[in-house]
Design a protein around this ligand. Structure first.
Ligand code: ZN
Length: 316
């Protein structure tokens, strides 16, 4: 502290001597710690907590799905130059382990935000693994933890404490903002509980990769997805036939499709059965437009709730 005061004093003296007026003072150079995040929810939480104390970056290019992301050399550079690297966990970003081996942990703090959060098993019904048998063992668990709003609360707290470790002077801000964000997530959870309490259908039929298992589990919906937990898996004809049968059996009115999935499967189901197609946002990542509009994770989840309530014919 004393040192900073001295430096400022010295600078003032220099300006005074050189006769600088206000306009001539060079812009204050503030080197803010850089935070690199992998997925949109982490980016969203980090920027809310950081305010203008840190520079928060989203590693994934807009619109790109993360399940098969491989960092390029300039991504590695970005991570290595950052003060804080936040990812979900090795079950979602297996490449992260390679990237962070050998980095100087004094300079780069690494946080697996979902560490310690219990994972749900990958749904077994989504067996459409079409020549990707090796994927089965890799995806024993469902990696989409951010679609469980209790897990989000834990991740927010984890990110806030990592930020405090990087920038102890901002600890009060990180803690206070984390408290506000956690309260907003609790309120979101409550809106979901009430909004999905009384619905004509409790079957969340998803014509895409199984991203919404946590959400369905938390609010007591039966989840049926056409494909497995990673985005490349395709539904087998057998799985499609099962889904068509379920539409009829459970009198399903809507089939849902995720933002990053091709709508083809859902459209096929809709054509075969006459149900409507509704869009859900998995929030793995967002598009360039959404990024520019400043969408928030909670905002996207409220849009999802409206889609679910309409598609499942809920009363509240
Ligand atoms: Zn996914």
């Amino acid at each position: 502290m004393g040192k900073n005061v001295m430096v400022v004093g010295l600078l003032l003296a220099v300006f005074a001597l050189s006769g600088c007026n206000r306009q001539d003072v060079p812009p204050k150079v503030t080197v803010r710690p850089v935070v690199v995040t992998t997925l949109f929810p982490l980016y969203d939480y980090a920027r809310i907590l950081a305010g203008d104390r840190m520079e928060v970056q989203l590693l994934l290019p807009p619109g790109l799905e993360p399940h098969h992301f491989e960092p390029r050399p300039d991504d590695l550079l970005r991570i290595h130059r950052a003060a804080l690297f936040i990812y979900i966990g090795p079950f979602l970003e297996p490449w992260a382990e390679r990237v962070i081996t050998g980095v100087d942990r004094q300079k780069l703090r690494v946080v697996a935000a979902a560490e310690g959060i219990p994972l749900l098993p990958a749904p077994t019904h989504a067996g459409g693994v079409h020549g990707h048998q090796h994927q089965r063992s890799q995806a024993a668990n469902d990696p989409h933890v951010w679609l469980d709003f209790a897990a989000d609360q834990t991740m927010v707290a984890t990110i806030a404490s990592a930020m405090s470790a990087v920038d102890p002077a901002g600890a009060d801000q990180y803690r206070q903002r984390a408290d506000v964000l956690v309260r907003q997530l609790i309120a979101l959870d409550e809106r979901y509980r009430q909004g999905l309490a009384s619905c004509e259908s409790r079957v969340l039929l998803h014509g895409g990769h199984a991203a919404f298992g946590y959400l369905a589990h938390r609010y007591g919906l039966t989840y049926q997805a056409a494909a497995g937990v990673t985005a490349e898996l395709e539904a087998t004809p057998r799985r499609m036939a099962e889904l068509v049968q379920q539409v009829r059996e459970y009198k399903v009115k809507a089939v849902f499709v995720e933002q990053l999935d091709s709508p083809r499967l859902a459209e096929t189901l809709a054509t075969e059965t006459g149900v409507t197609v509704r869009r859900l946002h998995g929030a793995h990542n967002v598009g360039r437009d959404e990024l520019q509009q400043g969408v928030s994770f909670i905002g996207l989840m409220d849009q999802n709730l409206a889609q679910l309530q309409a598609g499942l014919a809920c009363k509240n």
